[in-house]
Design a binder for this molecule. Sequence first.
Ligand SMILES: [Zn+2]
Length: 326
Amino acid sequence: MPPLSSPPIVAVDVGGTWVRAALAEADGSLGRRHRVATDASAGPAAVVAQVAAAVRAVTPFEGGGWSHVPLVAVAVPGPVDLYAGVVDGTPNLAGWAKVPLRRLLEVELRCRCLVDHDATLAALAEQRRGAGRGFSNFAYITVSTGIGAGLVLDGRLYRGGSGRAGEFGHMVVRPDGPLCGCGNRGCLEAVASGTAIAREGGHGTAEEVARAAEEGEPRAMAVLAEAARSLGLAVGALINLLDLECIALGGGVLGSGSRFWEQMVAAVAEGSFASMRADCRILRAELGEDQGLLGAVELALDELRGAGLGVRGLERGGELPSLGGQ
Ligand SMILES: [Zn+2]
């Protein structure tokens, strides 16, 4: 490899099912890849070891050392205290309470690491490379086992005070409704996520509920209609609150049939000002399962441009190791 003026970027997406890593090409596309089934029940140390192995598998690493020290950006399936690099619990990974993932990876890999919420990184990727291209005020919403969102406002990723903005799934839409994993009742996630649809619909998965609805099963149809309406009303509230130009939605639940999508879009109108709704495009997300990896690449590119987190992390007293340091 020729000498590099900046470190190679390795993107990692830690999901409940897969740990995926990819080396970024010079143009920001995804090059060499590696994937391993997540040892989700084994706790943080096992997953940190899997992430480290995945990074080494895609990066020049010879004789126990880097030939070129990479910048590693990691997407994780839960809220992150961005400036501390601490993962603040995630339902898809057992035992992940207050895990200092950035520090653990930096010690393990001896290179600089960035950690961010996968929904936030998916929003960044969709706004720059997918459905949100050309829109400065954009939200990405994922509806799968859980419900999450990322926001780009005035052309910049909106992170909030600590980096935890975007917990769209935990807006309470049904007071005294089902208990949510967060401890509150009636969150959107407890009503409209794949997990909620499967539970309320009396089937093993949301896909099975969707199939039953297509076959005319009244309970499945009612559960899906209620989930779609709750989701649409919440999307409408988001439009009213933020005056968005585009919202892209992705995730398995939205792939389960056009009827759900149509019911959701109809409820958006019910929950937003007509004029603001008319100015907001509601689209399907475009980047599929590479969203997290592509968003991680964008995060790392921002960092290398000096527009990323490191600057603010240092301002807040965060400790960032030097490249290749101990
Ligand atoms: Zn909740």
